[in-house]
Design a protein around this ligand. Structure first.
Ligand SMILES: O=C(O)[C@H]1O[C@H](OP(=O)(O)OP(=O)(O)OC[C@H]2O[C@@H](n3ccc(=O)[nH]c3=O)[C@H](O)[C@@H]2O)[C@H](O)[C@@H](O)[C@@H]1O
Length: 455
Protein backbone atom coordinates (compact mmCIF):
# COMPACT_ATOMS: atom_id res chain seq x y z
CA UNK A 1 0.00 0.00 0.00
CA UNK A 2 2.68 2.49 1.06
CA UNK A 3 4.80 1.38 -1.88
CA UNK A 4 1.94 2.15 -4.24
CA UNK A 5 1.44 5.54 -2.60
CA UNK A 6 5.16 6.38 -2.95
CA UNK A 7 5.10 5.35 -6.57
CA UNK A 8 2.11 7.51 -7.31
CA UNK A 9 3.69 10.51 -5.59
CA UNK A 10 6.93 9.95 -7.48
CA UNK A 11 5.04 9.77 -10.77
CA UNK A 12 3.25 13.00 -10.02
CA UNK A 13 6.47 14.88 -9.28
CA UNK A 14 8.14 13.64 -12.43
CA UNK A 15 5.30 14.68 -14.67
CA UNK A 16 4.92 18.10 -12.92
CA UNK A 17 8.56 18.98 -13.41
CA UNK A 18 8.22 17.98 -16.99
CA UNK A 19 5.27 20.37 -17.50
CA UNK A 20 6.83 23.31 -15.60
CA UNK A 21 7.14 26.42 -17.80
CA UNK A 22 9.46 29.19 -16.48
CA UNK A 23 8.01 32.77 -16.62
CA UNK A 24 9.32 35.12 -19.33
CA UNK A 25 12.40 37.09 -18.14
CA UNK A 26 11.37 40.55 -16.87
CA UNK A 27 13.14 43.83 -17.52
CA UNK A 28 15.53 44.59 -14.60
CA UNK A 29 13.55 47.70 -13.33
CA UNK A 30 10.25 46.07 -13.65
CA UNK A 31 11.63 43.09 -11.96
CA UNK A 32 12.95 45.09 -8.95
CA UNK A 33 9.64 46.97 -8.56
CA UNK A 34 7.73 43.78 -8.89
CA UNK A 35 9.90 42.11 -6.26
CA UNK A 36 9.39 45.04 -3.88
CA UNK A 37 5.61 44.92 -4.28
CA UNK A 38 5.70 41.16 -3.94
CA UNK A 39 7.76 41.49 -0.78
CA UNK A 40 5.36 44.06 0.72
CA UNK A 41 2.25 42.01 -0.12
CA UNK A 42 3.77 38.83 1.20
CA UNK A 43 4.95 40.48 4.42
CA UNK A 44 1.39 41.59 5.10
CA UNK A 45 0.10 38.14 4.24
CA UNK A 46 2.69 36.37 6.43
CA UNK A 47 2.02 38.62 9.42
CA UNK A 48 -1.71 38.23 8.88
CA UNK A 49 -1.38 34.47 8.85
CA UNK A 50 0.84 34.56 11.92
CA UNK A 51 -1.74 36.66 13.79
CA UNK A 52 -4.53 34.25 12.84
CA UNK A 53 -2.42 31.26 13.91
CA UNK A 54 -1.70 32.96 17.26
CA UNK A 55 -5.39 33.66 17.79
CA UNK A 56 -6.30 30.03 17.02
CA UNK A 57 -3.56 28.80 19.35
CA UNK A 58 -4.79 31.16 22.09
CA UNK A 59 -8.39 29.94 21.88
CA UNK A 60 -7.41 26.31 21.49
CA UNK A 61 -4.94 26.05 24.35
CA UNK A 62 -5.72 28.78 26.86
CA UNK A 63 -7.49 27.60 30.04
CA UNK A 64 -11.17 28.42 29.79
CA UNK A 65 -13.20 30.33 32.29
CA UNK A 66 -15.99 28.40 33.96
CA UNK A 67 -18.17 27.96 30.94
CA UNK A 68 -20.32 24.90 30.33
CA UNK A 69 -18.77 22.01 28.49
CA UNK A 70 -21.09 20.61 25.86
CA UNK A 71 -19.03 17.62 24.82
CA UNK A 72 -20.92 14.34 25.09
CA UNK A 73 -24.07 16.22 25.93
CA UNK A 74 -27.06 15.44 23.83
CA UNK A 75 -29.01 18.37 25.15
CA UNK A 76 -28.70 21.80 23.61
CA UNK A 77 -30.05 23.39 26.81
CA UNK A 78 -26.96 22.87 28.97
CA UNK A 79 -25.84 26.09 30.56
CA UNK A 80 -24.76 27.11 34.00
CA UNK A 81 -23.25 29.98 35.91
CA UNK A 82 -24.26 33.48 36.95
CA UNK A 83 -25.63 34.94 40.19
CA UNK A 84 -29.22 33.76 39.65
CA UNK A 85 -28.08 30.25 38.87
CA UNK A 86 -25.90 30.23 42.02
CA UNK A 87 -28.85 31.34 44.13
CA UNK A 88 -30.97 28.49 42.73
CA UNK A 89 -28.20 25.99 43.48
CA UNK A 90 -27.85 27.26 47.05
CA UNK A 91 -31.59 27.29 47.67
CA UNK A 92 -31.95 23.72 46.43
CA UNK A 93 -28.95 22.45 48.41
CA UNK A 94 -30.03 24.20 51.63
CA UNK A 95 -31.14 22.04 54.55
CA UNK A 96 -34.68 22.77 55.74
CA UNK A 97 -34.64 23.27 59.51
CA UNK A 98 -37.00 20.84 61.24
CA UNK A 99 -37.42 20.64 64.96
CA UNK A 100 -39.04 17.22 65.03
CA UNK A 101 -36.27 15.00 63.68
CA UNK A 102 -33.39 13.81 65.84
CA UNK A 103 -31.47 12.99 62.65
CA UNK A 104 -28.86 15.47 61.48
CA UNK A 105 -30.05 16.73 58.07
CA UNK A 106 -27.63 16.55 55.17
CA UNK A 107 -26.98 18.39 51.91
CA UNK A 108 -26.60 16.05 48.97
CA UNK A 109 -25.37 16.46 45.42
CA UNK A 110 -27.25 13.79 43.45
CA UNK A 111 -25.69 12.94 40.07
CA UNK A 112 -28.03 11.32 37.56
CA UNK A 113 -30.91 13.05 39.34
CA UNK A 114 -33.23 12.87 36.31
CA UNK A 115 -32.62 9.13 36.11
CA UNK A 116 -34.77 6.39 37.60
CA UNK A 117 -33.10 5.83 40.98
CA UNK A 118 -31.78 9.41 41.10
CA UNK A 119 -35.20 11.03 40.84
CA UNK A 120 -36.77 8.77 43.47
CA UNK A 121 -33.92 9.33 45.93
CA UNK A 122 -33.86 13.10 45.37
CA UNK A 123 -37.57 13.43 46.14
CA UNK A 124 -37.29 11.22 49.21
CA UNK A 125 -34.36 13.26 50.56
CA UNK A 126 -36.08 16.57 49.90
CA UNK A 127 -39.26 15.37 51.61
CA UNK A 128 -37.46 14.68 54.84
CA UNK A 129 -35.84 18.12 54.89
CA UNK A 130 -32.43 17.44 53.39
CA UNK A 131 -30.81 19.81 50.90
CA UNK A 132 -30.67 18.27 47.42
CA UNK A 133 -29.08 19.50 44.24
CA UNK A 134 -29.46 17.39 41.10
CA UNK A 135 -27.02 17.07 38.22
CA UNK A 136 -27.87 15.34 34.96
CA UNK A 137 -26.71 15.55 31.35
CA UNK A 138 -30.08 14.43 29.94
CA UNK A 139 -28.40 12.20 27.38
CA UNK A 140 -30.57 10.36 24.90
CA UNK A 141 -29.73 6.75 25.84
CA UNK A 142 -33.48 6.44 26.30
CA UNK A 143 -36.38 8.83 25.75
CA UNK A 144 -35.41 12.22 27.10
CA UNK A 145 -39.10 13.17 27.52
CA UNK A 146 -39.26 10.73 30.45
CA UNK A 147 -36.24 12.41 32.03
CA UNK A 148 -37.90 15.79 31.49
CA UNK A 149 -41.08 14.58 33.18
CA UNK A 150 -39.04 13.39 36.15
CA UNK A 151 -37.31 16.79 36.18
CA UNK A 152 -40.71 18.49 36.33
CA UNK A 153 -41.58 16.39 39.38
CA UNK A 154 -38.27 17.27 41.00
CA UNK A 155 -38.84 20.92 40.28
CA UNK A 156 -42.22 20.80 42.01
CA UNK A 157 -40.60 19.14 45.00
CA UNK A 158 -38.03 21.96 45.20
CA UNK A 159 -35.08 20.08 43.68
CA UNK A 160 -33.15 22.03 41.07
CA UNK A 161 -31.46 19.84 38.47
CA UNK A 162 -28.38 21.43 36.93
CA UNK A 163 -27.96 20.37 33.34
CA UNK A 164 -24.35 19.34 32.91
CA UNK A 165 -21.93 16.48 32.62
CA UNK A 166 -20.01 14.75 35.42
CA UNK A 167 -16.92 14.96 33.18
CA UNK A 168 -17.06 18.75 33.33
CA UNK A 169 -14.49 19.44 36.06
CA UNK A 170 -15.13 23.20 35.99
CA UNK A 171 -18.81 22.68 36.66
CA UNK A 172 -18.19 20.27 39.55
CA UNK A 173 -15.66 22.63 41.11
CA UNK A 174 -18.15 25.46 40.81
CA UNK A 175 -20.91 23.42 42.44
CA UNK A 176 -18.72 22.57 45.43
CA UNK A 177 -17.66 26.25 45.66
CA UNK A 178 -21.26 27.42 45.71
CA UNK A 179 -22.73 24.77 48.04
CA UNK A 180 -20.85 22.90 50.81
CA UNK A 181 -22.37 19.45 50.20
CA UNK A 182 -22.01 17.01 53.07
CA UNK A 183 -22.71 14.04 50.77
CA UNK A 184 -22.60 13.00 47.13
CA UNK A 185 -25.04 10.38 45.90
CA UNK A 186 -23.36 9.41 42.66
CA UNK A 187 -25.85 7.62 40.42
CA UNK A 188 -24.98 9.06 37.01
CA UNK A 189 -23.78 6.21 34.82
CA UNK A 190 -24.13 4.47 31.51
CA UNK A 191 -26.49 1.66 32.49
CA UNK A 192 -27.67 -1.48 30.70
CA UNK A 193 -25.64 -4.63 30.13
CA UNK A 194 -26.48 -5.28 26.46
CA UNK A 195 -26.01 -1.73 25.08
CA UNK A 196 -22.26 -2.05 25.77
CA UNK A 197 -21.99 -4.08 22.55
CA UNK A 198 -23.20 -1.04 20.62
CA UNK A 199 -21.47 1.85 22.36
CA UNK A 200 -18.60 0.61 24.52
CA UNK A 201 -16.98 4.06 24.75
CA UNK A 202 -20.00 5.51 26.56
CA UNK A 203 -19.35 3.09 29.48
CA UNK A 204 -15.74 4.19 29.81
CA UNK A 205 -16.75 7.85 29.56
CA UNK A 206 -19.46 7.73 32.23
CA UNK A 207 -18.55 4.84 34.52
CA UNK A 208 -14.78 5.24 34.59
CA UNK A 209 -13.79 8.78 33.53
CA UNK A 210 -16.97 10.29 34.99
CA UNK A 211 -16.50 8.51 38.31
CA UNK A 212 -12.89 9.74 38.54
CA UNK A 213 -14.08 13.27 37.76
CA UNK A 214 -16.60 13.14 40.65
CA UNK A 215 -13.97 11.69 43.00
CA UNK A 216 -11.43 14.35 42.00
CA UNK A 217 -13.90 17.15 42.68
CA UNK A 218 -14.89 15.54 46.00
CA UNK A 219 -11.38 15.02 47.29
CA UNK A 220 -10.50 18.67 46.59
CA UNK A 221 -13.74 20.02 48.07
CA UNK A 222 -13.70 21.64 51.45
CA UNK A 223 -15.29 20.08 53.41
CA UNK A 224 -14.86 16.74 51.66
CA UNK A 225 -18.24 15.07 51.22
CA UNK A 226 -18.98 11.43 52.02
CA UNK A 227 -19.82 9.49 48.87
CA UNK A 228 -22.47 6.85 48.20
CA UNK A 229 -22.42 5.48 44.66
CA UNK A 230 -24.10 2.89 42.46
CA UNK A 231 -22.18 -0.25 41.65
CA UNK A 232 -24.09 -3.24 40.29
CA UNK A 233 -25.02 -6.86 40.93
CA UNK A 234 -23.46 -7.52 37.53
CA UNK A 235 -19.98 -7.48 39.15
CA UNK A 236 -20.73 -11.05 40.33
CA UNK A 237 -20.58 -11.97 36.64
CA UNK A 238 -20.32 -15.67 35.96
CA UNK A 239 -20.14 -16.69 39.65
CA UNK A 240 -22.18 -19.81 40.35
CA UNK A 241 -22.23 -19.81 44.17
CA UNK A 242 -25.52 -18.33 45.37
CA UNK A 243 -26.64 -16.17 47.04
CA UNK A 244 -24.02 -13.60 46.07
CA UNK A 245 -22.16 -12.16 49.08
CA UNK A 246 -20.05 -9.02 49.19
CA UNK A 247 -16.99 -11.10 50.11
CA UNK A 248 -17.30 -13.28 46.97
CA UNK A 249 -14.81 -12.86 44.14
CA UNK A 250 -15.84 -10.45 41.42
CA UNK A 251 -13.28 -11.09 38.73
CA UNK A 252 -15.31 -12.73 35.98
CA UNK A 253 -17.58 -10.00 34.56
CA UNK A 254 -19.78 -11.01 31.62
CA UNK A 255 -20.22 -7.53 30.13
CA UNK A 256 -18.22 -4.36 29.65
CA UNK A 257 -20.84 -2.66 31.82
CA UNK A 258 -20.00 -5.04 34.68
CA UNK A 259 -16.28 -4.55 34.06
CA UNK A 260 -16.60 -0.76 34.34
CA UNK A 261 -18.56 -1.09 37.59
CA UNK A 262 -15.92 -3.46 38.94
CA UNK A 263 -13.25 -0.97 37.83
CA UNK A 264 -15.20 1.68 39.75
CA UNK A 265 -15.00 -0.41 42.92
CA UNK A 266 -11.20 -0.55 42.58
CA UNK A 267 -10.96 3.15 41.72
CA UNK A 268 -12.90 4.25 44.81
CA UNK A 269 -10.56 2.14 46.93
CA UNK A 270 -7.64 4.30 45.83
CA UNK A 271 -9.47 7.55 46.61
CA UNK A 272 -10.38 6.24 50.03
CA UNK A 273 -6.79 5.13 50.62
CA UNK A 274 -5.02 8.24 49.33
CA UNK A 275 -7.40 11.10 50.11
CA UNK A 276 -9.49 9.85 53.02
CA UNK A 277 -12.81 9.96 51.19
CA UNK A 278 -15.57 8.08 53.00
CA UNK A 279 -17.13 5.87 50.31
CA UNK A 280 -20.04 3.42 50.19
CA UNK A 281 -20.73 1.35 47.05
CA UNK A 282 -24.16 -0.19 46.50
CA UNK A 283 -24.61 -3.26 44.31
CA UNK A 284 -28.16 -2.80 43.01
CA UNK A 285 -30.04 -5.92 41.86
CA UNK A 286 -32.28 -5.27 38.78
CA UNK A 287 -34.20 -2.29 40.14
CA UNK A 288 -37.73 -1.79 38.76
CA UNK A 289 -40.81 0.31 39.40
CA UNK A 290 -42.79 3.41 38.38
CA UNK A 291 -40.78 5.99 36.42
CA UNK A 292 -38.35 3.18 35.51
CA UNK A 293 -35.92 2.73 32.64
CA UNK A 294 -37.42 1.89 29.23
CA UNK A 295 -34.34 -0.16 28.26
CA UNK A 296 -35.06 -2.76 30.95
CA UNK A 297 -36.90 -5.99 30.16
CA UNK A 298 -39.94 -5.51 32.45
CA UNK A 299 -40.49 -2.09 30.85
CA UNK A 300 -40.19 -3.01 27.17
CA UNK A 301 -42.00 -6.33 27.73
CA UNK A 302 -44.97 -4.28 28.98
CA UNK A 303 -44.82 -2.04 25.91
CA UNK A 304 -44.52 -4.99 23.49
CA UNK A 305 -47.22 -7.10 25.17
CA UNK A 306 -49.66 -4.18 24.86
CA UNK A 307 -48.79 -3.77 21.18
CA UNK A 308 -49.07 -7.48 20.46
CA UNK A 309 -45.42 -7.67 19.49
CA UNK A 310 -43.38 -10.82 20.22
CA UNK A 311 -41.07 -10.78 23.24
CA UNK A 312 -37.88 -12.84 23.56
CA UNK A 313 -37.61 -14.74 26.81
CA UNK A 314 -34.10 -16.00 27.39
CA UNK A 315 -33.38 -19.50 28.63
CA UNK A 316 -30.12 -21.09 29.75
CA UNK A 317 -28.44 -24.34 28.64
CA UNK A 318 -30.74 -27.42 28.58
CA UNK A 319 -33.83 -25.19 28.78
CA UNK A 320 -32.85 -23.98 32.26
CA UNK A 321 -34.47 -20.78 33.49
CA UNK A 322 -32.93 -17.33 33.56
CA UNK A 323 -33.81 -15.51 36.79
CA UNK A 324 -33.31 -12.15 38.46
CA UNK A 325 -33.49 -10.89 42.03
CA UNK A 326 -35.82 -8.04 40.95
CA UNK A 327 -35.77 -5.26 43.57
CA UNK A 328 -38.47 -2.64 43.96
CA UNK A 329 -37.47 1.03 43.77
CA UNK A 330 -38.85 2.05 47.19
CA UNK A 331 -36.72 -0.60 48.88
CA UNK A 332 -33.67 0.65 46.98
CA UNK A 333 -34.42 4.24 48.01
CA UNK A 334 -34.50 3.15 51.67
CA UNK A 335 -31.12 1.44 51.19
CA UNK A 336 -29.63 4.56 49.59
CA UNK A 337 -30.89 6.89 52.34
CA UNK A 338 -29.71 4.52 55.06
CA UNK A 339 -26.28 4.44 53.41
CA UNK A 340 -26.12 8.24 53.40
CA UNK A 341 -27.27 8.41 57.03
CA UNK A 342 -24.72 5.87 58.25
CA UNK A 343 -21.82 7.33 56.24
CA UNK A 344 -19.02 8.62 58.38
CA UNK A 345 -17.30 11.88 57.54
CA UNK A 346 -14.42 11.92 55.06
CA UNK A 347 -11.14 12.51 56.83
CA UNK A 348 -9.18 14.50 54.25
CA UNK A 349 -8.73 18.21 53.92
CA UNK A 350 -6.75 20.40 51.56
CA UNK A 351 -6.46 17.37 49.26
CA UNK A 352 -4.65 15.34 51.98
CA UNK A 353 -5.78 12.37 54.03
CA UNK A 354 -5.83 13.04 57.79
CA UNK A 355 -6.83 9.59 59.00
CA UNK A 356 -8.44 6.29 57.99
CA UNK A 357 -11.82 6.69 56.31
CA UNK A 358 -14.86 4.46 55.95
CA UNK A 359 -15.03 2.16 52.89
CA UNK A 360 -18.11 -0.05 52.46
CA UNK A 361 -19.86 -2.16 49.85
CA UNK A 362 -23.41 -3.54 50.16
CA UNK A 363 -25.75 -5.74 48.15
CA UNK A 364 -29.16 -4.14 47.78
CA UNK A 365 -31.35 -6.93 46.44
CA UNK A 366 -34.65 -8.59 47.24
CA UNK A 367 -33.31 -12.08 48.08
CA UNK A 368 -35.99 -13.86 46.06
CA UNK A 369 -35.01 -14.50 42.44
CA UNK A 370 -37.87 -14.86 39.95
CA UNK A 371 -37.58 -16.55 36.52
CA UNK A 372 -38.10 -14.19 33.59
CA UNK A 373 -41.02 -16.37 32.40
CA UNK A 374 -42.76 -15.75 35.74
CA UNK A 375 -42.18 -12.00 35.38
CA UNK A 376 -43.98 -12.20 32.03
CA UNK A 377 -46.88 -14.20 33.55
CA UNK A 378 -47.36 -11.51 36.21
CA UNK A 379 -47.37 -8.81 33.53
CA UNK A 380 -49.93 -10.79 31.48
CA UNK A 381 -52.27 -10.99 34.47
CA UNK A 382 -51.88 -7.30 35.31
CA UNK A 383 -52.27 -6.12 31.72
CA UNK A 384 -54.98 -8.70 30.95
CA UNK A 385 -53.21 -9.40 27.66
CA UNK A 386 -51.55 -12.65 26.56
CA UNK A 387 -47.91 -12.19 25.61
CA UNK A 388 -46.56 -13.40 22.30
CA UNK A 389 -43.68 -15.38 23.86
CA UNK A 390 -40.61 -16.47 21.93
CA UNK A 391 -38.31 -18.53 24.10
CA UNK A 392 -34.77 -18.15 22.79
CA UNK A 393 -31.34 -19.26 23.93
CA UNK A 394 -29.71 -16.49 25.96
CA UNK A 395 -27.36 -14.74 23.52
CA UNK A 396 -23.82 -13.97 24.62
CA UNK A 397 -24.57 -10.27 24.90
CA UNK A 398 -23.48 -9.52 28.44
CA UNK A 399 -26.32 -11.20 30.33
CA UNK A 400 -25.79 -13.66 33.16
CA UNK A 401 -28.16 -16.53 33.93
CA UNK A 402 -29.22 -15.59 37.44
CA UNK A 403 -28.69 -13.17 40.29
CA UNK A 404 -29.50 -13.62 43.96
CA UNK A 405 -28.43 -11.26 46.72
CA UNK A 406 -27.31 -12.13 50.19
CA UNK A 407 -28.38 -8.99 52.05
CA UNK A 408 -27.39 -9.86 55.61
CA UNK A 409 -24.63 -7.25 55.66
CA UNK A 410 -27.01 -4.46 54.57
CA UNK A 411 -29.59 -5.74 57.08
CA UNK A 412 -27.06 -5.54 59.87
CA UNK A 413 -25.34 -2.27 59.03
CA UNK A 414 -28.10 -0.31 57.29
CA UNK A 415 -31.27 -1.81 58.71
CA UNK A 416 -32.17 -2.66 55.10
CA UNK A 417 -35.31 -4.83 54.86
CA UNK A 418 -36.90 -5.03 51.40
CA UNK A 419 -40.65 -5.45 51.72
CA UNK A 420 -42.01 -5.43 48.17
CA UNK A 421 -42.52 -8.68 46.23
CA UNK A 422 -42.50 -8.70 42.43
CA UNK A 423 -46.29 -9.00 42.08
CA UNK A 424 -46.89 -5.93 44.27
CA UNK A 425 -44.12 -3.88 42.66
CA UNK A 426 -45.19 -4.69 39.11
CA UNK A 427 -48.78 -3.79 39.96
CA UNK A 428 -47.60 -0.30 40.91
CA UNK A 429 -45.42 -0.12 37.80
CA UNK A 430 -48.24 -1.15 35.45
CA UNK A 431 -50.60 1.37 37.04
CA UNK A 432 -48.04 4.11 36.49
CA UNK A 433 -47.22 2.91 32.95
CA UNK A 434 -50.85 2.90 31.80
CA UNK A 435 -51.39 6.33 33.24
CA UNK A 436 -48.17 7.84 31.91
CA UNK A 437 -48.52 6.50 28.37
CA UNK A 438 -52.29 6.83 28.15
CA UNK A 439 -53.19 9.00 25.14
CA UNK A 440 -55.60 10.83 27.43
CA UNK A 441 -52.95 11.50 30.04
CA UNK A 442 -51.89 15.12 29.83
CA UNK A 443 -48.34 16.03 30.68
CA UNK A 444 -49.71 18.25 33.44
CA UNK A 445 -51.49 15.23 34.87
CA UNK A 446 -48.32 13.19 34.65
CA UNK A 447 -46.24 15.67 36.54
CA UNK A 448 -48.91 16.70 39.02
CA UNK A 449 -49.05 13.26 40.61
CA UNK A 450 -46.07 12.77 42.83
CA UNK A 451 -47.69 9.65 44.28
CA UNK A 452 -45.82 7.11 42.17
CA UNK A 453 -42.48 8.55 43.02
CA UNK A 454 -41.09 6.99 46.18
CA UNK A 455 -44.32 7.20 48.10
O1 LIG B 1 -28.77 -5.62 38.60
C1 LIG B 1 -27.98 -5.09 37.85
O2 LIG B 1 -26.83 -4.96 38.18
C2 LIG B 1 -28.39 -4.63 36.50
O3 LIG B 1 -29.78 -4.84 36.33
C3 LIG B 1 -30.25 -4.60 35.05
O4 LIG B 1 -29.72 -5.58 34.19
P1 LIG B 1 -30.53 -6.92 34.05
O5 LIG B 1 -30.66 -7.64 35.32
O6 LIG B 1 -29.90 -7.68 32.93
O7 LIG B 1 -32.01 -6.40 33.69
P2 LIG B 1 -32.83 -6.44 32.33
O8 LIG B 1 -32.04 -5.96 31.21
O9 LIG B 1 -34.11 -5.76 32.60
O10 LIG B 1 -33.11 -8.00 32.14
C4 LIG B 1 -33.91 -8.71 33.07
C5 LIG B 1 -33.95 -10.16 32.71
O11 LIG B 1 -34.64 -10.32 31.46
C6 LIG B 1 -33.86 -11.11 30.58
N1 LIG B 1 -34.16 -10.65 29.20
C7 LIG B 1 -33.76 -9.47 28.76
C8 LIG B 1 -34.07 -9.04 27.50
C9 LIG B 1 -34.81 -9.85 26.66
O12 LIG B 1 -35.11 -9.51 25.50
N2 LIG B 1 -35.23 -11.07 27.12
C10 LIG B 1 -34.93 -11.50 28.38
O13 LIG B 1 -35.32 -12.62 28.76
C11 LIG B 1 -32.43 -10.91 31.01
O14 LIG B 1 -31.65 -12.02 30.66
C12 LIG B 1 -32.60 -10.79 32.52
O15 LIG B 1 -32.60 -12.05 33.09
C13 LIG B 1 -29.89 -3.19 34.58
O16 LIG B 1 -30.23 -3.00 33.24
C14 LIG B 1 -28.46 -2.86 34.83
O17 LIG B 1 -28.25 -1.50 34.53
C15 LIG B 1 -28.15 -3.17 36.27
O18 LIG B 1 -26.91 -2.82 36.64
Amino acid sequence: MSQLKTMALGDGLASNSGKFKPEKPLHHHHRAAHLHRWHQQHCVAVWGLLAIALLIAFFAFSPRPSTPSRRHLSSPHASWGGPLWEKRVQASARIRPTSSSSRRAISVLVTGAAGFVGSHCSIALKRRGDGVLGLDNFNDYYETSLKRSRQALLDRAGVFVVEGDINDANLLRKLFDVAPFTHVLHLAAQAGVRYALRDPASYVRSNVAGLVSVLEASRSASPQPAIVWASSSSVYGLNSKVPFSESDRTDSPASLYAATKKAGEEIVHTYNHIYGLSITGLRFFTVYGPWGRPDMAYFFFTKDILRGKPISIYEGPDHSTVARDFTYIDDIVKGCLASLDTSQKSTGSGGKKRGPAQLRIFNLGNTSPVPVGELVSILERLLKVKANRKVVKMPRNGDVQFTHANISLAQRELGYHPVTDLQTGLKRFVKWYLDYYSPHSLVVKKVSSIGGLSS
